[in-house]
Design a protein around this ligand. Structure first.
Ligand SMILES: *Cc1c(COP(=O)(O)O)cnc(C)c1O
Length: 387
């Protein structure tokens, strides 16, 4: 064993995502923000809700932000607001967290899966058109691992076919930028009809519980989404449509407001640390490939993911060395018991391939270079042993 590794084996286990350092840095603001809510007592739809919606809308450059109970709820509310239901089809990737397809099915529509590009693990935009039918009502690209999809092509395709909405599942990409398609630099969540994000604690912008938000530049759609979020009511106890109990708590909004004080620094850290990881892994010359980030966008690395063979053995060895890893995601949705679609599963071969090989490494804005060296050393040891 190398010296680095000897040392690594005796160190305490690394955090997969380090939220404690972030809390220590933000403690005065977080605590004061929470205390303020406890003092005013407006736990539901308090002033922090509107303050956060205004701040987030300005951050991504969208006209409207509507906070909601979770990223999952954001997807459901978006589909409901667009009137998508039985008989409709929504095109998405099978290589994603289950909520993406789950909400399409819950809305009554049918998920139609398109394979990923194996180099980015994002939906392959060139394969979408063949799946568009008269029933296609939306395309739901997933900004997996923190990098947005080929949004210029997807938006152009949706426009060409008329009346197809594009809902970005941006649960993992809040803060990411895109400058593709000759446009100016724009933020994830402001790239299509609706952008949906999540404030689950481990996401790039997290709260300390569940939370989410929807973004749009369409005034009419924003009004409908607000109504759907709160039981379909246009005003108190006057219900114009079917909705959900989908509000985000005031305390969670207060926590996100405190986190926004440091968020732009964190985004810059994520970009810089992603580069350093890339260099270190490249220099180590391991039989491991990286999920590629395209030239016309960046990634906030909700996950920093590599592709390895003999993954189970590699993970086991890294765990022994105190370096946790995770798999996002092991089974394509069209191969899951609840979503099984054999014809589609036979086509989405890259999703299946990636599901068996992807492995995410510890990553957070507070990761140190010494910690990265420890991860790379453990990975080297693990792939050598597993070869
Ligand atoms: C986390 C996640 C969601 C769901 O967000 P929650 O806030 O946990 O409900 C949806 N889609 C993707 C791609 C996610 O990563």
């Amino acid at each position: 064993m190398s010296a680095v590794l000897n040392e690594a084996a005796s160190l305490p286990k690394l955090d997969f995502i380090d939220l404690k350092t972030q809390y220590r840095a933000l403690k005065p603001s977080v605590d004061a923000r929470i205390q303020k809510v406890l003092d005013h007592g407006q736990y539901i739809m308090g002033p922090e809700v509107v303050e956060l919606e205004q701040q987030l809308a300005a951050y991504v450059g969208a006209r409207h932000c509507i906070t909601c109970a979770s990223g999952t709820e954001a997807l459901l509310i978006s589909l409901m607001a667009l009137g998508i239901g039985p008989g409709d089809e929504v095109i998405t990737s099978p290589f994603t967290f289950v909520a993406t397809a789950e909400m399409i099915v819950l809305a009554g529509a049918k998920p139609v899966y398109v394979d990923i590009d194996p180099t980015t693990c994002l939906i392959d935009a060139a394969l979408i058109e063949a799946k568009i039918t008269s029933r296609t009502k939306a395309i739901m690209p997933v900004s997996l691992y923190g990098q947005v999809c080929d949004m210029a092509s997807i938006n152009a395709l949706a426009a060409r076919h008329g009346n197809i909405a594009v809902i970005e599942d941006a649960a993992q990409s809040f803060g990411a930028s895109y400058w593709g398609g000759g446009g100016s630099r724009r933020k994830s969540c402001n790239l299509s009809t609706i952008g949906c994000t999540s404030f689950f604690p481990s996401k790039p912008l997290g709260c300390y519980g569940d939370g989410g938000a929807m973004f749009t530049n369409d005034d009419a759609l924003a009004k409908i989404m607000r109504e759907v979020r709160t039981h379909g009511q246009e005003r108190r106890y006057y219900h114009t449509r079917i909705g959900v109990g989908g509000r985000m708590d005031t305390i969670q909004c207060a926590i996100v407001l405190a986190k926004m004080e440091r968020f732009e620094w964190e985004v810059q850290q994520r970009l810089a640390l992603g580069q350093i990881y890339r260099q270190k892994l490249g220099a180590a010359e391991l039989p491991v490939s990286l999920v590629q980030v395209q030239a016309d966008r960046d990634s906030v690395f909700a996950q920093f993911t590599v592709v390895v063979e003999n993954r189970a053995a590699v993970q086991k060895r890294m765990q022994e060395l105190g370096v946790p890893t995770a798999v996002h995601y092991p089974i394509s949705l069209n191969r899951q018991p609840a979503y099984r679609d054999d014809a589609s599963a036979a086509e989405t071969v890259h999703s299946h391939w990636a599901g068996e090989r992807v492995m995410s490494l510890p990553f957070s804005p507070d990761l140190t270079e010494a910690q990265m060296d420890r991860v790379v050393a453990a990975l080297r040891d693990a792939v050598t042993l597993a070869a």
